[in-house]
Design a protein around this ligand. Structure first.
Ligand code: IPE
Ligand code: IPE
Ligand code: MG
Length: 227
């Protein structure tokens, strides 16, 4: 009996390696981040050719504030530019923006831009979820606090208060650049996600690499503790 190929509905990516990409090319770090944005753009464009309903990207962690101020500034400025340049394309391509993390404490102009982008893309059918000022441990603690206020603290009531409550369950988590760790990303959601770690540095990651990861996923046997 032939089983239906399993498809990943929700894929998350830890986009790592921008700095090393730039270093290898003797370029300033910001060039790595710029090329990283181009990789994001190409990937979002390719989504319509995949079964992926939701792509979640780790763009800025709550720990990334530890970086030198000029790098943080560069990242925030790239964010501003990206929202401005790509919002019309999201709308045209039926992409719905979702944001994870404590994004409301970012600079007021970024918060306003994001609120506008969320409103303008609300009707999209495919979700691009961006983790901004995100940390999974803080997310879980906040969700548990809310669950306690609402009533019983259970797995379900915590899950219902996570940033991902309205997203499909996480199927596949990819990390680029050869690092094999989660760096405080989607710790709860990754409980039974399949993982793909690749040496490719984020600026070099193409839609073909996503296809390859999706192929690996479809060949994995998921058991969820059963047999
Ligand atoms: C990922 O690339 C981008 C962010 C964390 C914002 P890095 O800047 O971490 O690149 P490496 O890990 O130093 O190469
Ligand atoms: C994880 O990458 C965060 C993002 C990709 C946004 P980092 O480069 O910050 O992670 P560590 O410090 O190597 O664990
Ligand atoms: Mg890194």
């Amino acid at each position: 009996m032939s089983e239906k190929q399993q498809e990943a509905r929700h894929v998350a990516i830890i986009m790592d390696g921008n700095g090393r990409w730039a270093k290898r090319k003797h370029l300033p770090r910001v060039m790595g981040h710029r090329k990283g944005v181009e990789a994001v753009r190409a990937l979002v464009r390719s989504l319509k050719d995949t079964p992926v309903e939701c792509l979640t990207l780790y763009a800025f962690s709550s720990e990334n504030w530890k970086r030198p101020e000029d790098e943080v500034d560069d990242l925030m400025n790239l964010m501003r530019k990206f929202i401005k340049s790509d919002l019309p394309e999201f709308i045209a391509n039926d992409v719905k923006l979702h944001i994870l993390g404590d994004w409301r404490s970012l600079a007021p102009d970024i918060v306003a831009m994001l609120e506008d982008a969320l409103a303008q893309t609300a009707k999209g059918s495919r979700t691009l979820a961006v983790a901004l000022n995100y940390g999974a441990q803080a997310e879980i603690a906040a969700a548990a606090r809310l669950a306690a206020k609402q009533g019983e603290v259970t797995e379900e009531s915590i899950a219902a208060n996570l940033y991902t409550a309205d997203l499909p369950p996480l199927d596949l988590l990819i990390r680029t650049s050869g690092e094999v760790r989660l760096s405080n990303f989607l710790l709860w959601q990754a409980a039974y996600a399949e993982m793909v770690f690749t040496e490719i540095l984020w600026p070099d990651f193409t839609p073909a690499h996503l296809m390859d990861a999706l192929d690996q996923f479809s060949g994995r046997e998921r058991r969820f503790g059963g047999r």
